[in-house]
Design a protein around this ligand. Sequence first.
Ligand code: PEP
Length: 250
Amino acid sequence: MRKKIVAGNWKMNKNLSDTKVLLSELKAQLAGVSEAEIVVAPTYVNLYSASEALKGSGVKVAAQNMHQAENGAYTGEISADMLKDIGVKTVILGHSERRAYFGETDALLVEKVNTALKHGIKVIFCFGEELDDRKSDNHFNVVESQLKNGLFHIDAANWKNIVLAYEPVWAIGTGETASPEQAQEMHAFIRSTIEKAFDATVADEVSILYGGSVKPNNAVEIFAKPDVDGGLIGGASLDAESFAAIAKAI
Ligand code: PEP
């Protein structure tokens, strides 16, 4: 059975002291929550202390990005090996902010996905349409092409290391959420697209998270949809109480 997952993307927020406080609050608030796998993605410089602080807690640590090369002259970048060495076994790739502000293309993401999988690092792969795509009724095409271009080259066996995060760009950080029906419609489309390209087992077992202004007051309804397997949470993951409430909504 596919996993339920609630992941918090902290983006460029929380210095080391704030990270320590938030993690200790989270550990207290999430004790006993076993219905979902919980993941947090602090900024690079705090990944090591986060992975140390969370040892034994069951909460996993993810990186927000990773370079595609093994090592070398890539100033300012972080490799898969560096992540693994500090106990980080999950990476978020393809976030819309990386695509929009850092020029990450589908072709680059293919390289990043390949490197992560080669190192046994699980990928939370983000994709989703812009507002114009939805208004022009092109959202299914956009999502299908992001999936095909970024992921459909991998073997069926590698899908166990992929988590999908459907994040309509118009809902990220805007306070505007896809309705539970819109989320379900797209998640069902994603699953059927994967089934056509691979098989029913791959489609049935991949966790598909929804991301875009999930808050404690809308999480229950969104997570209740059959093809929504949890959430990727931005703003609301920066507060222990709201993130824990969302995790409990599973
Ligand atoms: C995100 O950036 O992945 C996200 C879902 O952000 P927010 O929850 O703030 O919309």
